[in-house]
Design a protein around this ligand. Structure first.
Ligand code: NAD
Length: 280
C-alpha cells in the first residue's frame, strides 16, 4: 500500500493552495529576497533563488544555500545565477527555472542595488546600473513570465519597491527614480493582466537592516559629514516613526499574503511597510 506523503514541514493545511506552484525570487541570496524565499519554501512553494553569481565562490554559496533550504522545508529549491543588469538574462533565467522546477507562477522582482551621492557627483555608470537592475530587470522578467501565467490563468507578480517609491530622500537620485518607475510598471501591468487571474503589486519597505543598508551607512556618513551612529539614528531611523528597522520576515509575510488566493482582488497597489514613514 502506498504510504501517505508527509506534509512538508512548516506547511499548515490552509497554506496548501501553494503546493505544486513555482516561485522565482530575484536577488535572493541575502536580505529581503532570502527572507521571501524562506517564507515561500515554508508554505510549500518550489523556489528558485538567484544572485549574480559573479564568482565560483558565490555560485557555490548559492547552491549550498538552496540545498539547505530544500532540506529544511522539504520542497524543491534551486539556485540559478543571472546578472540581471543584462537585459537578456531575465528571460534566460525564467526559462531555466521552468526547465529546473516548473513554469514560474510567482515572480518576485527583488534584486536591487543602491548608490548614495549628490546628483552632480553621481557616476553615470552607477545611474545606468541602478536603472538596469532595480527597474529594467523587472520589466524584462515580467515580460517573460506573463504569457505563461496568462495561459495557466493564474499568476502573482510582487515587485519589491521601497518607501523610496513613494517619497524621496536626497543623494539617491537613481534609486528613487528607479523605485518610482517600478511603481508605475506595477500599476500598468496590473491593469493589463487583471482579467487573467494575475495580480501585480509592489511592496514598499522602509529601512531593513540588510547588507544593502549596511553598505550605505559609511557612504551616507561621508556625504553628510556625520558619524555612522548618527546616520542610523538621525537619518535612517529618523524617517520611521516606530524608530525601528523593518525586518525581512515582515516583508516576506506580506509577499506570502499577496500571493495567496485571499489576495486575488488586490492588484496594482503599493503597500508601505515602513513604520509610518510615508504617513507623515
Ligand atoms: P541585499 O544587498 O541584501 O540583497 C541584494 C540581492 O540582490 C542579493 O541576493 C544579490 O546577490 C542580488 N544582486 C545584486 N546584484 C545583482 C545582479 N546584478 N543580478 C542579480 N542579482 C543581484 O539587499 P536588500 O536590502 O535585501 O534589497 C533587496 C531589495 O529590497 C532591493 O530591491 C532593495 O532596493 C529593496 N529594499 C531594501 C530596503 C532596505 O532597507 N534594505 C528597503 C526598501 C527596499
Amino acid at each position: 500500500m502506498q504510504q501517505p506523503r508527509l506534509q512538508p514541514r512548516g506547511v499548515s493545511p490552509g497554506a496548501s493552495e501553494f503546493a505544486g506552484k513555482t516561485a522565482l525570487v530575484t536577488g535572493s541570496t541575502s536580505g529581503i529576497g532570502l527572507g521571501i524565499a524562506k517564507a515561500f519554501a515554508a508554505v510549500g512553494l518550489k523556489v528558485a533563488i538567484n544572485g549574480s553569481g559573479a564568482t565560483p565562490a558565490k555560485i557555490a554559496e548559492g547552491e549550498k544555500l538552496a540545498a539547505g533550504l530544500a532540506a529544511r522545508y522539504e520542497t524543491e529549491v534551486v539556485f540559478l545565477k543571472a546578472d540581471l543588469r543584462q537585459p537578456a538574462e531575465a528571460p534566460r533565467l525564467v526559462s531555466e527555472v521552468s526547465r529546473a522546477i516548473g513554469p514560474v507562477d510567482v515572480l518576485v522582482n527583488n534584486a536591487g542595488v543602491q548608490h548614495v551621492s549628490a546628483v552632480e557627483d553621481f557616476p553615470a555608470d552607477k545611474w545606468d546600473e541602478i536603472i538596469a537592475l532595480n527597474l529594467s530587470a523587472a520589466f524584462h522578467a515580467t515580460r517573460a513570465v506573463v504569457p505563461g501565467m496568462k495561459a495557466r490563468k493564474w499568476g502573482r507578480i510582487v515587485n519589491v519597491a521601497s518607501a523610496h517609491a513613494l517619497v524621496a530622500s536626497p543623494m539617491k537620485s537613481a534609486y528613487v527614480a528607479a523605485k518610482h518607475g517600478l511603481n508605475g510598471l506595477t500599476k500598468t501591468v496590473a491593469l493589463e493582466v487583471a482579467e487573467h487571474g494575475i495580480t501585480v503589486n509592489a511592496l514598499c519597505p522602509g529601512y531593513v537592516l540588510t547588507p544593502l543598508v549596511e553598505r550605505q551607512i559609511p557612504d551616507t556618513a561621508k556625504a553628510r559629514g556625520m558619524t555612522e551612529m548618527e546616520v542610523v539614528r538621525d537619518v535612517l531611523l529618523k524617517a520611521q516613526p516606530t524608530r525601528q528597522f523593518v525586518t525581512a520576515e515582515e516583508v516576506a509575510a506580506a509577499a506570502v499574503f499577496l500571493c495567496s488566493d485571499g489576495a486575488r482582488s488586490i492588484t496594482g497597489i503599493a503597500l508601505p511597510l515602513d513604520g509610518g514613514w510615508t504617513a507623515q
